[in-house]
Write a protein that binds this ligand. Structure first.
Ligand code: RB5
Length: 146
């Protein structure tokens, strides 16, 4: 798959770790930065990854900031994005299976490298179940259209 990844200054080291982890799994990573520790604004990167996923340039996205919250809030303003903040792998798996989440977000100040790997592994390997969940996912999209 093509995986878009983005982060702010709080998450450069974890982003680099996860980028390699995802590439080692055989995926192609599109890195939207930032790649320096200089202070920057997380909405910029949330929007970049959101647009890449919603526009089809990437299949799924990964966003990392200090908490994962601000950058996911920004991404969720892009129509078609369903970005979920997850701090453990069970939620990461279920948000793909039930919510058809297309972006996973987490915090570099919240989870360590090993937990981040598990979160990403479950997110990328889970499959959306559709079925009874589709009506609810459609309802989320309806909110965007009202
Ligand atoms: C940056 O200090 C921090 O506010 C940001 O990384 C993120 O945690 C916001 O939600």
């Amino acid at each position: 798959m093509k995986i878009a990844i983005g982060n702010d200054h709080a998450a450069v080291a974890l982003k680099n770790h996860i980028k390699k982890y995802v590439e080692d799994m055989g995926h192609t990573v599109i890195n939207f930065g930032t790649d320096t520790n200089d202070s920057c604004d997380y909405p910029v990167y949330g929007e970049k990854v959101g647009r890449a996923v919603a526009g089809g340039e990437a299949d799924l996205g990964i966003l990392i900031c200090g908490t994962g919250i601000g950058i996911s809030l920004a991404a969720n303003k892009v129509k078609g994005v369903r970005a979920a903040v997850c701090s453990e792998p069970y939620s990461a798996k279920l948000t793909r299976m039930h919510n058809d989440a297309n972006i996973i977000a987490f915090g570099a100040r919240v989870v360590g490298e090993a937990m981040a790997e598990m979160i990403v592994y479950e997110f990328l390997n889970a499959k959306y179940e559709g079925g009874r969940h589709q009506r609810r996912v459609d309802m989320i999209g309806d909110i965007e259209n009202r």
